[in-house]
Design a protein around this ligand. Structure first.
Ligand SMILES: [Zn+2]
Length: 350
């Protein structure tokens, strides 16, 4: 149990509004939402290399590519060098972005009709990477293996996408809040290059996707106190800007910043894009919770409205709670659980 019975989230909160979108953007989003509603829940939207409809849904969440330039160092540079090799550019894979790498990048950019500035940003990455599936071979596989290894997934760098490597890709995807299909597509490449779940790159991208969903309302107030910096909406905005989410200055713990867990962010997003729910999120790390609450660990959210109905007053909370569990939440509480008669709490494992 994460909330005391007197918790402010137990009180009614009107669905939060997101007034930022222009009318044109709103129309576009409405179209995207309509696609989501039509194909949910059987299709998996975030599956890379999926049907065109899936691409439409994920365009707002383009992969979050890092920028590498002369002087950069590390496993991302090694991966870049292997990817250049996979495109016929002979560059030594030594992890140091020196003059030879710059020359290789420029030649590749020129051949692709990109600005040949030697800086590796989103357009160059998109042209360089290739979707890898089980059985793939060659330098691009070495690039992925180098990154997997650097992100804690022990694999050999032998250029073969074996079943063991695919299993490690899945483990990485799962930890990063990506669809765990074992296929290395744009979003997995970007997450690998960004350093995976601990880097913040992927969580920022997920937060931007959540902000783009008009049917995920994020509270801009707390029912039980005033602190603009820790509302659900501000938690997601801060995360989208690469910052930690702020807890509230009241309750059992001091006010501090907490990184939001990509698994939780991914679950929240999929409740909309995969299951089609219209959601109002009342709290994430803000609000007043018990000292040991998963909210303070960035792995929980509270939802008080589902499909326009308040939880406890006609909202389909049982189905919603089952969906949370399918998305990986393990502590799922709602009406019938102490302190949760008016909201659903979904939390992921620590
Ligand atoms: Zn909660």
């Amino acid at each position: 149990m994460s909330l005391s019975p007197a918790s402010p989230t137990a009180r009614a909160l009107p669905p939060a509004r997101t007034p930022r979108t222009t009318r044109a953007a709103a129309r576009l989003l409405a179209g995207v939402v309509a696609v989501a509603a039509l194909t949910a829940p059987t299709s998996s939207f975030a599956t890379e290399g999926g049907a065109p409809a899936a691409r439409t849904v994920t365009t707002t969440a383009a992969a979050d590519w890092p920028t590498l330039r002369a002087g950069s160092r590390g496993s991302s540079v090694t991966a870049l060098q292997y990817l250049l090799n996979s495109r016929g550019r002979s560059v030594k894979a030594d992890g140091a972005f020196g003059p030879a790498t710059t020359a290789g990048v420029k030649a590749f950019q020129k051949a692709q009709r990109l600005a040949a500035d030697g800086v590796v940003g989103p357009r160059t990455w998109e042209a360089l990477v290739t979707t890898l599936r089980g059985g793939a071979k060659g330098p691009a596989v070495k690039a992925a293996q180098t990154l997997l290894k650097a992100r804690g997934q022990a694999v050999p760098v032998d250029g073969v996408m074996s079943a063991a490597v695919t299993a490690k890709v899945k483990a990485f995807q799962k930890a990063s809040g990506l669809t765990a299909d074992g296929v290395v597509g744009d979003r997995t490449w970007a997450a690998l290059l960004n350093g995976g779940p601990s880097s913040g790159g992927n969580r920022a991208a997920l937060a931007r996707q959540i902000l783009a969903q008009k049917q995920i309302a994020l509270a801009t107030v707390h029912p039980g106190g005033k602190h603009a910096g820790s509302t659900a909406r501000q938690n997601i905005v801060d995360t989208s800007n690469g910052k930690g989410a702020l807890t509230s200055p009241w309750g059992d713990k001091p006010n501090r910043r907490v990184p939001l867990d990509p698994r939780m962010l991914n679950g929240l997003l999929k409740l909309r894009t995969q299951y089609g729910y219209r959601i109002s999120v009342s709290e994430i790390v803000g609000g007043d919770h018990s000292g040991t609450s998963r909210h303070y660990a960035g792995i929980a959210f509270d939802v008080n409205y589902i499909n326009g109905r308040h939880v406890g007053s006609g909202a389909p909370h049982k189905q919603f709670m089952a969906a949370c569990k399918k998305l990986g939440a393990r502590e799922v509480l709602g009406p019938g659980n102490a302190g949760h008669s008016r909201h659903v709490h979904c939390a992921w494992p620590r």
